[in-house]
Design a protein around this ligand. Sequence first.
Ligand code: ADP
Ligand code: MG
Length: 272
Amino acid sequence: PSGSGVSAGIRVLALANQKGGVGKTTTAINLGTALAAIGERVLIIDLDPQGNASTGLGVDRKSRKISTYDVMVGSATLQDTLLETAVPGLAVAPSTLDLLGVELEIAASKDRVHRLGRAIDVLGRDIRPNGFTYVLIDCPPSLNLLTINALTASNAVLVPLQCEFFALEGLSQLLRTVEQVRVSLNPGLGIHGIVLTMFDPRNNLSNQVVADVREFMGAKVYDTIIPRNVRVSEAPSHGKPVLLYDLKCAGSQAYLKLASEIIQRERALRAA
Ligand code: ADP
Ligand code: MG
């Protein structure tokens, strides 16, 4: 599609849910790591002003000289922002709190919803080869202009849903927004899948949420469920993906499984 950032050869997935604390950033970091571990070349674009994906990947604030803020205001390319991580094959475009001001700064410009998509297009055509096969965009907890940019730039949306009582609340609004972006800005956009996070098998409520979400969203829900696992929540304070922190733990194994499920869905899509 024209200028939508959906470059040939790069799959762009937005991790979106306007609720905070549902596992977007954790999934971006650890799915990105798992995809890189099985041979993909991955870029995580941190589009949340909080910068948790950057921090969780071990990028300290001082080294964020050029960030996604600069990309959004047009003063740098994505290639300029790239930092390699401790995971071979995984790079990050870090964010800073400057991103909080971006909405106002670009509000009056005509191309305000296409800024990120254009930047990904440019990255795909860069003469300095980067070989990216997957771009994961970690969205802020809001359906703001940053998230609209992410949806406009993506092939598909990956929605993390926390296994808690209000899991489905807000999902219809998110699906409506995705549909609006599809109709008006990015005809190729789809829902890649819904990943249930922080599942606790001893909790009846968790099991009920899984059943409800599967009934409501059917095959869109990935088979893989991410368990609540203390190793997953400890890893970011060490600046590491959980797969580097404790490869054997249930959280790491679940993210590896999710990565292979996603690759399988991609293969099925390509074969269709
Ligand atoms: P979001 O990006 O949607 O706001 P996060 O990924 O930051 O959500 O997750 C919110 C909190 O929950 C973080 O403290 C994170 O460490 C924790 N968390 C996420 N997934 C898990 C999990 N599977 N097990 C335990 N804690 C988790
Ligand atoms: Mg987050």
